[in-house]
Design a protein around this ligand. Structure first.
Ligand SMILES: [Zn+2]
Length: 182
């Protein structure tokens, strides 16, 4: 009986990286989108083994461990981009639960969650709270949203950047000039 269990864990482990990468699509905007099933609030779902225990985990947490090492107890892996399905370690950072809450408030993702948040008017998704973002990431975020189909007009409103500027960022005619050093 013990044997059977070992075997299934071993086979799970063997193809783990393979199973991970075949579900990841790297977008031009920089996000690595999880294409398999997602769970609560759009986070990628990934079953993996850690220290001999099978974890019903989240894809972005697995990605963090794969690229950056263990996640300290009680720490959360948070997204710099507003894309819960993204597993690009460069878009992830470690934070406490309080950071997580602050981050969600800033992104207007608390409570109802997702794009519905903006419509109740309590937390605007306009440039007022987008100003809180890390400026260096703006062009990455804009490209990412563009790759997900957002129009230049909407991007302009969302990030408080002129449409012509958004266009330049998306077409690669401008790089890293947005908000650097602010
Ligand atoms: Zn991302």
């Amino acid at each position: 009986m013990g044997c059977e269990r070992k075997l299934s864990v071993a086979s799970l482990k063997k193809s783990l990286d393979e199973r991970f990468w075949e579900k990841v699509v790297k977008t031009e905007g920089g996000c690595w989108n999880w294409t398999a099933s997602t769970r609560h609030k759009g986070y990628g779902a990934f079953v993996y083994e850690k220290n001999g225990v099978v974890v019903q985990g989240r894809a972005h947490r697995y990605s963090w461990e794969l690229h950056c090492g263990d996640i300290p107890d009680g720490m959360f892996v948070l997204h710099r981009c507003d894309n819960p399905a993204c597993v690009n370690p460069e878009h992830l950072f470690l934070g406490t639960n309080q950071d997580n809450v602050n981050d969600m408030m800033r992104k207007g993702r608390h409570g109802a969650g997702g794009s519905k948040c903006g419509s109740n008017g309590k937390w605007k998704r306009g440039k007022d709270h987008w100003n809180c973002r890390i400026p260096d990431d703006t062009d990455v975020l804009i490209k990412n949203d563009r790759s997900l189909g957002m129009s230049y007009g909407l991007l302009s409103k969302k990030y408080g950047v002129a449409i012509s500027h958004v266009y330049k960022i998306c077409t690669g005619k401008i790089r890293k000039e947005v908000g650097n050093g602010v």
